[in-house]
Design a protein around this ligand. Sequence first.
Ligand code: ZN
Length: 199
Amino acid sequence: MQTQYINEMLNLPELKINQILSINADELHIEAVPLDDKQCCPCCGSDQAVIRKGSNDMRIVRHLSVFEKKTYLHVPSTRLLCTRCKAGFVWMYEFVGPKQRYSRLFRSHTAEQAFGSTAAHSARMQQAPVSTVQRIHNEAVPVEYERVCEQVWEEAKETTDLVLDVDDFAIKKGHAYNTGIFSAAITSHEIAVAIKQAF
Ligand SMILES: [Zn+2]
């Protein structure tokens, strides 16, 4: 199979696929390397004096499934040295955070799926351990919270005839109830109808 198609499917422009290491009914292992040959030094921000200093073991990173198979990327963990700053560092990838074993796309996809259902469901869909999905989900919650707050605030500021409503809800039936404040933009005619119905 042409590796360029897989390259497009993986949606990781920083990488070039070297070879398919193995493929079976459940798993696909792909070896890939960065397109660039050096990176900027984290201290001086320049790549002028950066040299390669060998490699650690390959990093194995779980990525989004390809052909419904669990997909793992094997990428080099290249050591670099800035001879000017004497700073040693390891190749940083855009697609995966330092020391992480799941790619950013895998993490966001998994968290999104868990937001829409449950961690158990997302774990089944992603063929990943529930504890891993739970952790990814928990790490995504504060970020999602910030995003939703900002979005709601912006929408509220731009909305005329804003109506606030208070209601209670429980995450799980029979568990502690939370108070939620809802906002809605409705016309004054709708408010009049709602008030009439309430009495
Ligand atoms: Zn430097």
